[in-house]
Ligand binder design. Sequence first.
Ligand SMILES: *[C@@H]1O[C@H](CO)[C@@H](O)[C@H](O)[C@H]1NC(C)=O
Ligand SMILES: *[C@@H]1O[C@H](CO)[C@@H](O)[C@H](O)[C@H]1NC(C)=O
Length: 373
Amino acid sequence: MNQNSSTLFILLSIFLLFFTKPSHQQSNPRLSKAFTALQAWKLAITDDPKGLTSNWYGPHVCNYTGVYCAPAPDNPHITTVAGIDLNHGIISGSLPEELGLLTDLAVFHLNSNRFKGKLPDTFRDLKLLYELDVSNNLFSSEFPPVLLCLPSLKFLDIRYNNFHGKIPPKLFDLTLDAIFINNNDFQFNLPKNLGNSPVSVLVLANNKIQGCLPPGIGKMAKTLNEIIITNAGLSACLPNEIGLLTELTVFDVSFNNLAGSLPESMGKMKSLEQLNIAHNKFSGKIPEIICSLPRLENFTYSDNYFCVEPKSCLKIEDMDDARNCIPYRPNQRSAEECRGFYSHPLDCSAFGCLPAAQPRRSPPPPPSYHHYP
Ligand SMILES: *[C@@H]1O[C@H](CO)[C@@H](O)[C@H](O)[C@H]1NC(C)=O
Ligand SMILES: *[C@@H]1O[C@H](CO)[C@@H](O)[C@H](O)[C@H]1NC(C)=O
């Protein structure tokens, strides 16, 4: 996450959580609407083992556990509900339409509960909603279209639910700072406009994503800090444009079907600290320039088919080259398996992802595998 936005999240959260509970709230129409919303929600709650909502009665909603009030942004003399935080509540139930009455809500934190169903369409009225975290619940709808029309949304976290279906490409045109949609049942191709997203953190892991990383990812050069797409069914070769991501510190595409050699252009990813490409079908020579990246601390490339490993790779603080085809290294694949793999030539353009003009072939196998124990 870039520093400005993470500082802003933290400041906003601290502000809402600790400094905004006036003890004398004059009731006003906004608090009355909030009362209606929260009472409807209380009725939709079927189990609250920690009793977080047990004091949710009476008109003074700012005193409810997990409800945070603040002066309204458009009128500092009016107190309004600005935040809800019921993280780790283990509460069961659903979200009623009435929650759309909380029109001044900036922060909605509901992680680690057991809410099911869908997000209400009335969330479209939450024009000030900045952080939405409903992670680790039991929501099970398609991607909520309402999330595409929240003008203030910056932080979107819906990971660890049962959301399914396609991800609308429009998600990547929004001016978000962070997208966490990992550990759901989404099934989609990474769209061509992925690179339009100005996020600093993009986590798509543990969904069913077919196809390739689009070359347009290079457009995220100035903003992207972390991308994690592990265990998602990605295939094809990495586009050369990946090397444009000079601010990226974490790149994790482990447990996919990515193939081909690593682009030399990755040697320009000068901020890279964590590089995990384990459990793919990468092959050929590891570019020396990647292992010499100045900040690289952890390079995990086990379970691939690399056959040449520059010495500089062995000097990385934390590296794992197990189960490749590297002569003289311990714990490699069998000579037979490596020969079998390299007997099928690879053409990156055959995946239909890269422009046909730039196929990258794996180099031929090393001269022999008879050194294996
Ligand atoms: C709200 O809580 C504060 C302190 O917890 C208490 O002093 C105040 O009386 C409460 N207000 C109402 C109206 O219940
Ligand atoms: C290096 O990365 C791998 C893969 O992500 C991880 O399993 C390992 O714990 C990391 N090592 C350290 C010291 O963080």
